[in-house]
Design a protein around this ligand. Structure first.
Ligand code: SAH
Length: 213
């Protein structure tokens, strides 16, 4: 697949659209400008890659809307060198945005076929997050603690294991709630271990899955 002049132009427009919707962090906007989103979509959706919309990626899952990706990434306040745990690899798009921000990314996916497909794609694109097939409810204790944790599927509650794996001083961004709508929460773990929980608006994600698929 190629990243043509046309794709780059469409991407610039998308970045401006996302900026106009309120995203201010220039590092987030330039990451969005650097990652060719059309690489992550099935070919039948190629022409839609630079619309600010979610799209199906197979197995009943979606690649999130670019604005939502930018919003979550901005809330996460990623700093260069941060160790970031992402729950819900999906297409791998969000993981690449985090890598562009200078993060060391660990990402977990529950659906084997998506995990396999995305692993191949990201290697081809020269992005190398540490990828795991597993259950995001449990996080990834072997590599904890993390500076940042980003959950990209709807969580009915904040999983205890994830809170444990967050460093004191760390930030977790997670959409919490039932199937139809979730509250975006930015959870800051203070140095003494207590939690500062901030509500940041309503979004709609596919649900975190419980059973191994
Ligand atoms: N971050 C993704 C969007 C993901 S959609 C992207 O940039 O494309 C949510 C993803 O979470 C789906 O791929 C879904 O299969 C995955 N998922 C659902 N339940 C999960 C769980 N318990 N653990 C890990 N991943 C899960």
């Amino acid at each position: 697949m190629k990243d043509t002049f046309k794709h780059k132009g469409l991407r610039k427009k998308l970045v401006e659209e996302v900026r106009n919707k309120g995203i201010k962090d220039e590092n987030v906007l330039s990451a969005l400008n650097n990652v060719p989103r059309h690489f992550f979509m099935d070919s039948s959706f190629l022409e839609f890659a630079y619309q600010d919309k979610p799209f199906p990626i197979g197995s009943g899952q979606t690649i999130s809307q670019p604005y939502t990706v930018a919003f979550q990434t901005e809330l996460l306040e990623v700093e260069k060198g941060n160790k970031v745990l992402e729950i819900g690899t999906g297409s791998g798009y969000q993981a690449c945005i985090l890598i562009e921000m200078g993060a060391r990314v660990y990402t977990v996916e529950r659906i084997k076929s998506l995990y396999n497909k995305t692993k191949v794609l990201l290697e081809q694109m020269n992005y190398f997050p540490k990828m795991f097939y597993g259950d995001g409810y449990k996080g990834l204790p072997a590599f904890a603690p993390y500076d940042r944790i980003l959950v990209t599927a709807a969580a009915p509650y904040v999983p205890e294991g994830l809170l444990k794996q967050l460093k004191p001083g760390g930030i977790m961004v997670i959409p919490v709630g039932a199937a139809d709508t979730q509250k975006m929460q930015k959870i800051i773990k203070l140095k003494d271990g207590s939690l500062d929980i901030n509500d940041c608006g309503y979004f709609r994600f596919v649900p975190l899955l419980n059973d191994r698929s």
